[in-house]
Design a protein around this ligand. Structure first.
Ligand code: SF4
Ligand code: SF4
Length: 384
């Protein structure tokens, strides 16, 4: 459906969308307020969404504020991304049980109840597209990710109130969404009232919306949507210059800025855990006293010393080399591997870094001193 065919619903209509999805058997997940942040959770209606909440974000800072207004989506992304819904932090891959002298292997079913992700942001759609290239469409697809992803119904909430940490406009991932959703909502809250412009992105989206009372969106409603997105783009003041960025980082592997960042970096891995595109994982086997063996996959971080352990030692022994690996993979070598940026500009790693390291600032610092080399390093040498 084109924008010209968009519909208009109010909060009751959004309630009805969630109810229809539940009746169709979807596990309806959406943003909820939990532990002082907007996090993915179970939603059964608008009452479960962050109605009246707003956020304030800055490097190393996230604060949720309740203002008690009607708005449902007047906040930017929280620390929990949809990655965890589709690629959980831990996943059993197989188990083996002993039966006499034989071992019997079994795998968990990849037969999941379909997910409805309600209120995903446009940058998060872009992040799912990145994960798809690795976990679904690559050479070794993950059956659990694929099963969850292929069945997922996505209701995107376009952004009207970006955080100070957002830079989706630099990455071309927001504040609006054109593809990758079943339904797209744009929240309007002006003199004419509180309602949502709804656009349809798939046949099943049309089927769900057909079960909900709605009106055709008027030209004034569509102009309202345009103004919301234009204001959000104007309010997105953080920038990352992507012009020649991959090559810039590739030729600055011995720049002194990596060591400067490492003097602050705690190697805690927060940035990788909150990032919606980081997909590295580790596999461990555990055994029980009864002889059962379980192989489990868990999220891993390139900031862990063991992540690059090879042949008796870590390849990236210093925090400087691990920070450089993370940033250059996101912004440079991801293009070589997957044909896209590994960063979608959500800003989570900036807000949730405990010492406020900001990748846009780090990249800008290297750009402004392109070619600088730390003492004792040979230009262009890949060092740890
Ligand atoms: S690198 Fe940072 S800003 Fe980019 S997608 Fe990951 S968390 Fe978001
Ligand atoms: S950059 Fe920040 S969040 Fe990432 S590992 Fe270093 S201290 Fe932790």
């Amino acid at each position: 459906m084109e924008t010209a065919d968009a519909r208009l619903i109010d909060a009751q209509g959004l309630d009805a969308v969630i109810a229809v999805l539940g009746e169709l058997g979807y596990d309806t997940r959406g943003p909820v307020v939990r532990d002082g942040a907007v996090m993915p959770g179970t939603v059964t209606g608008v009452v479960d969404l962050p109605v009246g909440y707003h956020d304030e974000q800055a490097p190393g800072h996230y604060q949720l504020e309740y203002r008690g207004d009607n708005t449902v989506f007047a906040w930017a992304v929280g620390p929990g991304s949809w990655k965890a819904e589709l690629f959980p932090p831990t996943q059993e891959l197989w188990r083996a049980t002993r039966d006499g002298g034989d071992l019997t292997f079994s795998e968990p079913d990849a037969d999941y109840r379909p997910l409805a992700l309600i209120g995903a942001r446009p940058c998060e759609l872009a992040a799912l597209d990145v994960l798809d290239r690795v976990l679904r469409d690559g050479g070794t697809p993950d059956p659990h990710y694929r099963a969850r992803r292929d069945g997922a119904f996505i209701v995107v909430a376009e952004c009207g109130v970006p955080a100070a940490t957002c830079f989706c406009t630099s990455m071309g991932t927001g504040p609006g969404a054109d593809v990758g959703f079943d339904l797209a909502l744009t929240e309007l809250d002006d003199g004419a009232g509180h309602r949502f412009v709804v656009r349809v992105g798939s046949e099943r989206g049309a089927e769900v919306l057909a079960g909900v009372s709605s009106l055709p969106a008027s030209p004034a409603n569509l102009e309202g949507r345009r103004q919301v997105l234009a204001a959000a783009a104007d309010a997105t003041t953080r920038q990352l210059s992507v012009d020649g960025l991959g090559a810039l980082l590739a030729r600055n592997l011995d720049h002194p800025r990596w060591d400067e960042a490492a003097q602050r970096c705690l190697a805690c891995g927060n940035c990788t855990l909150v990032c919606p595109t980081c997909f590295c994982s580790d596999v461990r086997d555990t055994t029980t006293l009864t002889g059962e063996i379980r192989r489990q996959r868990s999220w891993a971080s390139c900031f862990d010393l063991d992540h690059s352990y090879l042949h008796g030692g870590p390849v990236r022994a210093t925090t400087s080399s691990r920070y450089r690996q993370w940033l250059t993979h996101k912004l440079s070598t991801w293009w070589d591997q997957f044909g896209t940026s590994g960063c979608v500009g959500c800003g989570r790693c900036i807000a949730w870094c405990p010492v406020g390291i900001d990748l846009t600032e780090e990249a800008a610092a290297i750009r402004s001193t392109d070619g600088a080399v730390r003492p004792g390093a040979a230009p262009g040498r890949v060092s740890s």
